[in-house]
Design a protein around this ligand. Sequence first.
Ligand code: DC
Length: 226
Amino acid sequence: MAKTYSIAIDGPAGAGKSTMAKRLAKELGYQYVDTGAIYRTVAYFLDLWGVSPKDIDGITRYIDELTIGIEYDADGLQHMIMNGMDVTDDIRTQDISQKASLVSAHKVVRDVLLDMQRQVAREHNVIMDGRDIGTVVLPNADVKIFLSASAEIRAKRRFDELMAKGQTTTFEQVLKDVKQRDYQDTHREIAPLKQAHDAVLVDSSNLDIDGVVAAIKAVAAGKIPV
Ligand code: DC
């Protein structure tokens, strides 16, 4: 099988991973894989069945009933298919963000999704973003980036996004949620969010999207064919 290239982007919520990764994927002709959306789909599914994201017995019982599909539309946008239903928009709420963070701490969930993510990277050149891509999912990725920014700036970005979608919340609430998710994602036992030893840290606090893309291209130069 021909060698596929992979770019792993990890970092906390709101660091700008998906905006940047989508753009870079388009420029390079790579497949963009938003792994957070996969965890969100699991959280959404369990929520529909009334299973608490902390209920490990319930999760273990229900997880086999879930089939997750990842599809791409003509613009290269990733769609999440839950048992045949497109849930791409439904998974983008504050409530599902929190539940995805809790659900993702369980080994049974991470094990199921690990194979799925590795399979995509075996078949395609990918830019994959998440929390454990450089450390666990693709430890041999050709390029590894840890993208971060201050909690306040990340919360402001999330708040603006939610407002644009017409969701009602306050900046203070979004900041509280961002900090809580940071804590949960970095303190879980399995595959916690952390910078891989060989990842390059990019701080997006004072960079716009062009600046972030340029910084990442500079890191990738010489490591992937362009
Ligand atoms: O990237 P996101 O905000 O859509 O991710 C939602 C949650 O999913 C996040 O708080 C933690 C979890 N997640 C994970 O544990 N590992 C990943 N690779 C991606 C997301």
